[in-house]
Design a binder for this molecule. Sequence first.
Ligand SMILES: [Zn+2]
Length: 298
Amino acid sequence: MMFIDPHIHTSSRTTDDYEAMQQAGVVAVIEPAFWMGQPRTQVGSFQDYFSSLVGWERFRASQFGIKHYCTIGLNSREANNEALAEEVMELLPLFLSKEGVVAVGEIGYDDQTPLEDKYFRAQLELAREMDMPVMVHTPHRDKKAGTSRSMDVCQEHGLAPSEVVIDHNNEETVKEVLDRGFWAAFSIYPHTKMSPERMTAIVQQYGPERIIVNSAADWGISDVLSVPKTANLMKEKGVPEEHIRLTCYQNALDAYGQSGQMNEADLLTPELVDQRKKFSGNSILRGGQTPRVDKSGS
Ligand SMILES: [Zn+2]
């Protein structure tokens, strides 16, 4: 079975993770621009980070046979630094128009401060002007109200629910998100929050329409195999194969494919891995290692 992990911060992960994902059937990932664990202090840090998302990281994924897409945006935490946020806003249109950028994101609320609200709205305007889908990060605190508010604000700014993925849902938020016509994404974390078991129960209760499963794996305790593991559990529990395909592959493609940057043909005929390749003169190989070079048909 083929999987897409439509929310994973692969820049923070190892090459072992890429290998494991490919072996488990992950053919494509979407890496949302987010914060790095500590606040950036200068606009140049954002510029280089965005460049790496559309450049080096995309190359690095290709060296393991995985298609890498990304979203570009100013995250909610760092929206609270107004002077810096203004400078980051200036960068966004350029990076949003790069190849492989499938949405504005992940944007939304963290503590639901006035500055978070200001830059969430400004970026929704940008998404509308540039006709791009939006990936919304919902707050972990006060989630239910924060999720409703995020959807209200998206609609106030003229975005259609079909263009917006509401992420990090749980049992409390899913019904409203689906009823209002938005995409409902779920991040499967080990030990806490949404588990494969709870995810399976949600798909059994609500069906597969507009539900998207992701790992949200980053530099914290998380699991890059959350999508295939959840798919396997769904299969064990008797969830129809078509429902697994929709929630772990097709819905993400349909939602982010609206950008025009993500086409199924590219996933069905993946580029052959050739680790002899370089990006700006740099290779993923270290001295003396044997490159993996796939031959067609193998
Ligand atoms: Zn994230």
